[in-house]
Design a protein around this ligand. Structure first.
Ligand SMILES: Nc1ncnc2c1ncn2[C@@H]1O[C@H](COP(=O)(O)OP(=O)(O)O)[C@@H](O)[C@H]1O
Ligand SMILES: [Mg+2]
Length: 145
């Protein structure tokens, strides 16, 4: 399997959570924490990943009415990490460049969710198609800065 930059990456464990209501945010946070602890991520790293996950899952609920989160432990270049994939079939995002800017919101909130989440993880990718949905994938490595 190919990772970012064509580097080798394999999946060590994989799990899926359906997100349909507010309560699922708590479940997701707990599951992310479990995986991060399991691979020996620092407390700071755990907190960053959980914060990013919370923002992304809230977007999924708010703008798309729910979706799925895939949680994986991946092995990259000799180091393990947690990869989270947020997939929804909501309205999509017309201009991803705009959505990634600090302060841009269509929801009358802070507009820091996406750009903030990006800063809290080591790898971030987003794809979206209007009328089809949005997928955001993030990775935090065990030893990530
Ligand atoms: N999953 C999603 N589906 C559709 N639109 C989204 C999704 N996530 C984010 N967006 C759009 O991107 C904008 C910016 O998101 P974000 O940075 O989290 O800020 P906020 O949620 O505070 O508006 C949102 O206002 C919304 O228009
Ligand atoms: Mg948001």
């Amino acid at each position: 399997m190919q990772g970012e930059g064509g580097s080798f990456m394999i999946t060590l464990s994989k799990d899926l959570i359906q997100i349909t209501r507010e309560q699922d945010v708590v479940t997701l946070r707990n599951r992310v924490k479990e995986l991060a602890v399991k691979i020996g991520m620092s407390l700071l790293g755990q907190t960053k990943l959980i914060t990013a996950a919370s923002e992304l899952v809230r977007n999924m609920l708010r703008y798309a009415g729910g979706g799925t989160v895939t949680l994986e432990v991946v092995l990259g270049d000799k180091v393990t990490g947690v990869r989270l994939t947020f997939a929804d079939e909501g309205p999509g995002i017309a201009d991803i460049g705009l959505a990634m800017q600090d302060g841009y919101t269509t929801g009358k909130s802070l507009g820091l969710g996406l750009p903030g989440a990006k800063r809290l993880v080591n790898e971030f990718s987003i794809t979206s198609e209007v009328g089809k949905g949005t997928t955001v994938t993030v990775i935090r490595w065990k030893n990530g800065l």
